[in-house]
Design a protein around this ligand. Structure first.
Ligand code: GLY
Length: 396
């Protein structure tokens, strides 16, 4: 059996795992990432909504606090990543243009108003506007929309571009091994490494478990489940695409459309999503899901009928029992970064701040302090495990 020694072993090479790897490298650690196909999990299907407000529903104040704390970190995170990857500003597609929320019928409007009232009670910014005002913002809004709201603080980024940037940075200084981890290695109750599917053993001072919904199969204290979602990638003319994130409900069914920046040829990709299921992870796209997403998005944005359907992708988000992330030390030597559910992209900078803190780098801004505090309060893995024995690092 061959073996490999490193400071930090990251299990999972999606946007969360690579972010942890990058931050560990910044802390001076030697890093190995294990993933048979990096970025081909939830990251691959993610639309990139940074919906700290509109993703927060009833009973989810903790997620709202985590989301707003992370959203505040996105501009600095994106700029630092672009610099580290030697990419031009804007390369990861962060756009802080706000979000338009739509209600298709009267019942959808009643539900939207209830949500706005909930958010207002939490101090989250949004305001009801008329359908006419919605059309002034987005001329493509359909004629039958019953109501709308403007959410100035919900933004967007391009997850695949973020993944490319992270891959460049991490690969330049670390080792990406195209194999899956099959087990964690323990010694005296501590996690000290992992074994991969090729039989290679890795010894590490710290293991970061960021294997998405599969994390639970490696560590019982990370009780994750797959929450499959389908997104569609459309190629639209810029004049027929929304210019900001449009999300809404159509007879109670949620749907959203997230535009990418306009390309030089005047075309624009629009990501339409997403279904949210409780079933196994099989990467198979159901015909009815494609039908349902297109039916509902065209009710809100009829001009998307003329877009070209490029891709339908189904991948699984990692859900936890309470749908909040599992982020922090869970055993000596084991840091968990999983369970981000519908907010993996939104919560990426918060994850970075938590990893920085865990590896000894104190938060470098008031926003990072707030992110670490929110993580400690709402994402501590110890709510699911009693396996924790040794206090280690700031989030412990
Ligand atoms: N964040 C939106 C989704 O997971 O569909």
């Amino acid at each position: 059996m061959s073996s490999h020694v490193c400071d930090v072993l990251v299990v999972g090479g999606g946007i969360v795992g690579l972010t942890a790897a990058w931050r560990a490298q910044e802390a001076g650690a030697s890093v190995v990432v294990l993933d048979p196909s990096p970025g081909d999990g939830a990251t691959h299907a993610a639309a990139g909504m940074l919906g700290a407000v509109m993703e927060a529903g009833f009973g989810e104040e903790g997620q709202a606090r985590l989301g707003t704390a992370s959203l505040a970190l996105w501009p600095a995170f994106a700029a630092a990543l672009e610099r580290a990857a030697d990419l031009p500003p804007g390369a990861v597609g962060l756009e802080t243009a706000g979000t338009l929320a739509l209600a298709y019928d009267r019942d959808d409007l009643v539900a939207l108003r209830r949500l706005l009232a909930l958010h207002s009670g939490w101090g989250l910014g949004s305001a009801e506007i008329s359908p006419q005002d919605a059309r002034r913002r987005e001329p493509g809004v359909g004629p039958r929309v019953a109501g709308a709201a403007w959410v100035p603080g919900d933004h967007r980024v391009d997850p695949r571009a973020v993944q490319v940037a992270l891959s460049r940075v991490v690969a330049a200084r670390g080792t990406l091994v195209p194999h899956a981890a099959v087990s964690l290695t323990r010694s005296d109750g501590a996690v000290v490494g992992a074994l991969d599917e090729a039989g290679t053993a890795y010894a590490a001072g710290t293991v970061v478990l960021a294997a998405g919904h599969a994390s639970g199969s490696l560590f019982a204290g990370a009780p994750t489940r797959p929450v499959p979602g389908t997104t569609l990638r459309l190629d639209a003319g810029a004049d027929r695409s929304p210019s900001v994130v449009v999300r809404g409900t159509v007879q109670g069914r949620p749907v959203y459309a997230v535009p990418r920046p306009v390309r030089p040829d005047g075309r624009r990709e629009v990501i339409v999503g997403a279904t949210s299921d409780e079933r196994e992870d099989d990467h198979l796209t159901r015909a009815g899901d494609v039908f349902g997403l297109l039916r509902d998005v065209r009710a809100l944005l009829p001009e998307l009928d003329d877009a070209v359907l490029l891709e339908a992708v189904t991948r699984s988000r990692p859900g936890s029992p309470d749908n909040a992330p599992i982020l922090g030390w869970a055993a000596d030597g084991l840091f968990l970064a999983t369970g981000h559910h519908r907010n993996g992209i939104l919560l990426t900078p918060l994850t970075a701040a938590a990893v920085d803190q865990a590896l000894g780098a104190p938060p470098d801004s008031a926003d990072a302090v707030a992110a670490v505090e929110a993580t400690t309060r709402f994402a501590d893995p110890r709510r699911f495990t009693d396996a924790y024995s040794t206090t280690r690092g700031g989030t412990a």
